[in-house]
Design a protein around this ligand. Sequence first.
Ligand SMILES: NC(=O)c1ccc[n+]([C@@H]2O[C@H](COP(=O)([O-])OP(=O)(O)OC[C@H]3O[C@@H](n4cnc5c(N)ncnc54)[C@H](O)[C@@H]3O)[C@@H](O)[C@H]2O)c1
Length: 309
Amino acid sequence: MSIKNVTVLGSGLMGNGLAHVFAQSEDINVILRSRSKKSNPLGPIKANLDILVSKDALTKEEAEGILSRITFTDNMEEALADADFIVECVPEDMEIKQNLFRDIEPMCKPDAILATNTSVMSITEIASKTKDKSRVVGTHFWNPPYLIPLVEVVKAEETSEETMQRTMDLLTKVKKKPVRCEKDVPGFIANRLQHAIWREALSIVENGIADPKTVDDALKYGPGLRWSVLGILENADMIGLDLSLSIQSYIVKYLEDSHEASKLLQELVAKGDLGFKTGKGYYTWTKEEMDALNLKLREHLIEATKKLK
Ligand SMILES: NC(=O)c1ccc[n+]([C@@H]2O[C@H](COP(=O)([O-])OP(=O)(O)OC[C@H]3O[C@@H](n4cnc5c(N)ncnc54)[C@H](O)[C@@H]3O)[C@@H](O)[C@H]2O)c1
């Protein structure tokens, strides 16, 4: 059963990006469904495609082809009638997601897959109001989804192996790097890793060991540089597991193991220092600095992913 029709529900930041991702395949038609037709998402998608064309990551014809395979609608029945794969990108709210799947299930084909792009919530809980839970799966994309290859495919308690495999095949077809998360645990795989580092980074700052810029520099100019070619467990093999064991046995007792959000983070949020949203967080930011960093990140990702092709 090959997947020919993909429907994306919710046309915010991630919904637009996912429509772009699936429309990369010439034999997939994408319907992007929004609650209202007021703001047409094809404008932001085109703007992202234009950047890729300007950086020679895509030809003009390829970009036009992607855009031509995306249809935008506010009609739910029309969006679901022929869909083989439906992915929701609505707000991170358990009840909204549960009710959405409950309400759309009767409008979907019996073998259609229902995927959720939740960042952290339990897929099993999201599926709890759906009749056929074997067709519900987590697909955790990373922002910007058209540039970051990783998608975590998360198996909920009742997700069938067929749903997992069809989802993995579809994501491979649209040139993503899907990875299987065999258990429905908070944070899946990559966010668990990221948050372990975040906890340590904030602890280092709170304990006066280094300031935020020094922590960021230590990662950017050190381990961060090698992580996209040398996995952290590959690295352990490279240095030798005997050495790895000696180091871990010594260091692990000194690492942060708090089970609460960092005090520093709580204090900054209480003061209203929210980062880019307010111009002040761990750093202070001008608009020009924020725009420049956003652009630098996109340019870096475009170049880095060209090498992965
Ligand atoms: N932004 C990220 O970096 C990121 C990364 C990975 C996963 N996600 C997840 O993707 C999902 C969408 O995030 P986003 O950043 O695109 O959000 P967003 O706010 O940009 O978009 C949400 C969309 O849902 C629509 N919407 C709002 N209320 C709704 C409702 N009650 N019913 C149906 N639709 C409704 C909005 O009109 C909008 O189109 C969330 O679950 C989020 O956690 C986000």
